[in-house]
Design a protein around this ligand. Structure first.
Ligand code: FEO
Ligand code: CA
Ligand code: CA
Ligand code: CA
Length: 657
C-alpha cells in the first residue's frame, strides 16, 4: 500500500560515487565548468548586469551585492521537530484539515472528517506557496495582511482516512475526500500586534480549489478534438486540478499552480495507448488511487478511467487525461473567478514555473521543468510584448515554447517546438511523427522535445532567477537510473543519488535562443567536490536531492531538499532540510531541519522579509495508521500532518540577514 500513496515513485538506492565509464571523468568536467564559472563570476559587474539592467531597475533590491548569510549554520539531525539557528523560532500554521471556509468543522484528530468537511478545510501535502500582500491590487506591499496561496500536492491513503484505504474496495466518500484534499488553498491571513498570525475567519477571500473545481481551458489546445469529453463536448472546460507541486507568480499578481504527477491518477485499459497517453505514462491496469474503481462510480470519479467506453469521445472520458499536465492560472483576489488552464505553456509533469523579470515592451519569458527522469527544461516566450498597464493571462495564451539543449562547451540552445519552425518540422518528418497543428504539438510536448533533440536531465524541479544577475538556477533532484554511458556535462554523474543545481544566463536578452551555463552545486556528503573550488562541503552544509528553490529579494538563494529512500533513511544528511546560499561568495549554510520523514518545500517571505513561510510536506511519510513515524506538528501520539511553518527572528529582524 505504501507505494500507492506516493506520487514520486523514485528514491531508490543511495550508493557511493563510482564513475567507471569511458566518458569524461567527473573532475575533468568540473574543471571545464569551473572555467565557465569564472567567466560568469568575472562578468557579473559587466555583461550579465547590463543584460538584465532594464529588469533590475524595477526591482526593490536594485543592484546591491547579495548580503552575507548572518546566521549560525546548524548540523543535520533526525529529530521530530523543526530545528533553526539560534535567534529564530517557528510556529506550525494551517496544518491539513484546518477549517477555512464557511462553517467548516474542526479537524478530527482520528481523520474522520468526510469529503464535504475536506472541501471546506485546508488540503493535504502543502507544496509551492506565495504570499500576496492584501493591497497588491492597489500597488501595495502590506507585510502584515495578505493572501497565502499554497498547493496541495497529493494524499497519503494511510493518513487521510482513520484506518487507511482498501484499494480493492474503494469507497465513494473516501475518494471524494482525497480529491478535495488536492488542489490549492487561498488563505486570508493577518498578523496580530503580538506578532502571531491568524486566518481571517469568514473572509470572503478564503477559498479551496480542488480536484472538482470547474476550470476553463485556454490557448491553442482549447477546443481541440482530443479534449472532447462527455463533460465538455466542445473541449473547452474541465473539472479540477491535481498533483499541484510547485507554482509561479505572474507579474500581474495571479498565482499559477502546476500539475506534476497527474498521469498516475489515470488508467487506460484499451489494447494500445494513443501517443498523448503513452508518452506520459498513463497506467494500464489500475491507477495509483483507483478512483475510477468505486462501484457504480458517478461521472466525476469515473472519468479517471480513460478507456474507450462509448461510441464517441463526447460520450466517455477517453480524453480526460488530456485535460491535465498544464499550468493553471488562479486570481486569488477574485474568489468567484474560474481557474484557467494555459495550454500554450506545454503539457508535461510541470514542477513549477518561474518568470524572468518582466521588461516593459518585450515578450514575457518563463521557465518550467518536467520532473521525471530524463525529461527536459522548457522556456516560454510570449507572442505579445509585456505592458504592465494591460498585462493579463492572455499573454500566456500565445507564444513559442522552447526546450533546452546543454552543449558540452558550456553553451546552450533553446529549440523551438513550433509548427512554424522549419528545423523542428523537418526533424519531426524525418522521425516519422506528424503534427497537424500547434495544439497537436503542445498536447504531445514531451514527444516534440524528444524530436527536437533536447538534453535529458536528472529530474528538473524548481527554478529561480537571481535578482542581482538575472541568471536562472534549476534544481536537478536525482536520477538513479542514469548509467555511465548516459552521463553528459550537464548531468555528469551516473546513478545520481544526490542531485545538483545547474544555472545559465541568456545571451542578448531573456528571449535569446542561446545561453551560457555551468553547474552551481553538487549534492553529496562531506568532501564532495564542488564546481566552486572555494566551497567546501561540511557537516553544516552538505545536502542531497535539491528540490525547492527561491531567491529572496536580496539575492539569498534558499534551497530545500526532498530526499527519500535510503538517502533519507541511512544517508549522512539527517532529515530533509533548507539551506541558504550566497552565489556571489559561495557561502552555503544549513538553516532549517524538518521533522521525521517530511520533505521541505515551498518558501516565501513577506515583502519586509521579517516573516518567512515554509511548507513541511508529508511528515511521517510511510506511516501506517497503527504505526506512525512522526507526530509533528501536534505531538503526543497524534497523526502527522503537513503544515506551513511561520519563521520569525526573536529580534524581529530580516530572515537570514
Ligand atoms: Fe512534486 Fe517534483 O516534486
Ligand atoms: Ca518538488
Ligand atoms: Ca522532489
Ligand atoms: Ca515528497
Amino acid at each position: 500500500m505504501a507505494q500507492q500513496t506516493k506520487t514520486h515513485p523514485v528514491g531508490g538506492v543511495s550508493e557511493p560515487l563510482a564513475n567507471h565509464s569511458k566518458n569524461p571523468d567527473f573532475h575533468t568536467i568540473m574543471n571545464q565548468r569551473f572555467s565557465r564559472r569564472t567567466f560568469l563570476k568575472g562578468s557579473l559587474g559587466l555583461a550579465i548586469t547590463s543584460f538584465f539592467a532594464p529588469a533590475l531597475s524595477g526591482c526593490s533590491s536594485g543592484s546591491m551585492p547579495a548580503r552575507p548569510l548572518a546566521f549560525e549554520p546548524i548540523a543535520a539531525n533526525r529529530l521530530d521537530q523543526i530545528t533553526l539557528p539560534p535567534g529564530y523560532n517557528a510556529r506550525p500554521f494551517i496544518p491539513w484539515g484546518t477549517p477555512l471556509m464557511g462553517n467548516a468543522p474542526e479537524f478530527a484528530p482520528d481523520a474522520s472528517n468526510n469529503a464535504a468537511d475536506q472541501a471546506l478545510q485546508v488540503g493535504s501535502h502543502h507544496d509551492g506557496m506565495h504570499y500576496f500582500p492584501i493591497d497588491l491590487p492597489r500597488g501595495g506591499s502590506n507585510s502584515s495582511e495578505g493572501l497565502l496561496v499554497l498547493n496541495h500536492e497529493y494524499v497519503d491513503l494511510n493518513l487521510i482516512h482513520p484506518q487507511g484505504a482498501n484499494l480493492e474496495q474503494r469507497q465513494r466518500d473516501e475518494v471524494e475526500k482525497e480529491l478535495n484534499a488536492h488542489g490549492v488553498s487561498v488563505v486570508h491571513i493577518m498578523q496580530r500586534p503580538s506578532g502571531d498570525w491568524d486566518v481571517v475567519q469568514q473572509s470572503p477571500l478564503n477559498r479551496r480549489i480542488t480536484g472538482f473545481t470547474p476550470m476553463a481551458i485556454s490557448g491553442p489546445v482549447r477546443g481541440h478534438p482530443l479534449l472532447v469529453t462527455q463533460y465538455s463536448p466542445g473541449g473547452t472546460h474541465t473539472r479540477g486540478t491535481i498533483n499541484n507541486c510547485s507554482h509561479g507568480v505572474t507579474p500581474w499578481g495571479t498565482y499559477l499552480t502546476c500539475e506534476e504527477n497527474w498521469a498516475g491518477s489515470f488508467v487506460n485499459r484499451d489494447d494500445s495507448l494513443p501517443r498523448e497517453h503513452e508518452r506520459y505514462g498513463i497506467l494500464r491496469q489500475h491507477s495509483w488511487y483507483r478512483w475510477d474503481e468505486v462501484e457504480q462510480a458517478p461521472d466525476h470519479i469515473a472519468r479517471f478511467d480513460a478507456s474507450t467506453r462509448a461510441d464517441s469521445a463526447a460520450q466517455d472520458y477517453r480524453n480526460e487525461p488530456n485535460h491535465f499536465g498544464w499550468i493553471v492560472e488562479i486570481d486569488p483576489f477574485n474568489p468567484n473567478s474560474m481557474p484557467v488552464k494555459r495550454t500554450a505553456m506545454g503539457r508535461f509533469a510541470h514542477e513549477g514555473v518561474i518568470f524572468a523579470p518582466a521588461v516593459e515592451g518585450e515578450p514575457l519569458v518563463a521557465y518550467s521543468g518536467d520532473d521525471a527522469r530524463f525529461e527536459y527544461i522548457y522556456k516560454f516566450v510570449s507572442a505579445a510584448p509585456y505592458e504592465a498597464a494591460t498585462a493579463s493571462g492572455r499573454l500566456l495564451d500565445s507564444g513559442t515554447l522552447y526546450v533546452a539543449r546543454f552543449n558540452a562547451d558550456g553553451t546552450g540552445e533553446w529549440l523551438a517546438l513550433s509548427l512554424e519552425d522549419a528545423d523542428f518540422m523537418a526533424k519531426a518528418q524525418a522521425a516519422g511523427h506528424n503534427f497537424d497543428s500547434q495544439a497537436d504539438i503542445l498536447l504531445n510536448t514531451r514527444l516534440a522535445a524528444d524530436i527536437a533533440g533536447a538534453t535529458k536531465m536528472d529530474r528538473p524541479e524548481w527554478g529561480a532567477v537571481d535578482p542581482q544577475t538575472g541568471a536562472v538556477y534549476f534544481t536537478l533532484t536525482n536520477n538513479m537510473r542514469r548509467t555511465n554511458e548516459q552521463i553528459d556535462p550537464a548531468n555528469p554523474r551516473a546513478e545520481n543519488a544526490h542531485g545538483h543545481i545547474i544555472r545559465w544566463h541568456e545571451r542578448e536578452s531573456n528571449q535569446s535562443r542561446t545561453f551560457d551555463w555551468d553547474l552551481f552545486l553538487m549534492g553529496g556528503d562531506v568532501g564532495q567536490p564542488q564546481p566552486n573550488a572555494d566551497l567546501q562541503a561540511t557537516t553544516e552544509n552538505h545536502f542531497a536531492c535539491p528540490d525547492g528553490l527561491w531567491f529572496d529579494p536580496q539575492g539569498t538563494l534558499w534551497i530545500q531538499t526532498d530526499m527519500s529512500g535510503d538517502t533519507l533513511a541511512k544517508g549522512p544528511f539527517g532529515n530533509n532540510a533548507m539551506l541558504a546560499a550566497n552565489p556571489q561568495t559561495g557561502e552555503l549554510k544549513r538553516f532549517l531541519v524538518g521533522p521525521v520523514d517530511c520533505e521541505i518545500t515551498g518558501v516565501v517571505t513577506t515583502p519586509d522579509q521579517r516573516t518567512m513561510f515554509v511548507n513541511v510536506q508529508h511528515p511521517g511519510e510511510g506511516s501506517k495508521p497503527e504505526a506512525l513515524s512522526s507526530h509533528w506538528p501536534d505531538g503526543g501520539t497524534s497523526r502527522p500532518r503537513s503544515a506551513t511553518i511561520i519563521i520569525t527572528k526573536d529580534d524581529g529582524g530580516v530572515i537570514g540577514g
